[in-house]
Design a protein around this ligand. Sequence first.
Ligand SMILES: [Zn+2]
Length: 164
Amino acid sequence: MAVDFASLLTDRLNAASNGSELPSIQQLVSEYAAADPRMAVVAKYMALRQSRATESDQSAEEPQIPLETYQKIKAIRQELDQLRQRNDALAGALGACYLCWGTQVTCPTCQGGGVPGAYQSDRALFDELVSPVLPQFHLTQSTRTRADGHNGEDGQKPKEVPHG
Ligand SMILES: [Zn+2]
């Protein structure tokens, strides 16, 4: 089952308000790593850093994250998720790479070629997000594309790579 980090934090915050002990951020990351391979790298980094800190100072304690910090992380994560959804929808509407919009030659999806129009636009998203703006520029959709529901080209879709 897919678990997102914000939900995980929410569960812990709810448990904390009922008197449960707050786990360290390292414990949370380790738990989340099981559901998200990208977080596994973070967990590995934190474990290595922790072990080195322990080697250099046997009295080193795990940092405790204040409740306020948890709540900030949760809010930031929720906003990030919303912005990613909005970005992905607009990139789909414009046929652009949803990771970099064609600005990064190192992009794993488009290698910098994903400018708007590089991929076939998602018609439903275009109608929802772009069409309402066209009259402002005295533009309308062509009847050809409107009639058959696609732009007549052999459009391609960017390969799916998760947000970094
Ligand atoms: Zn890209």
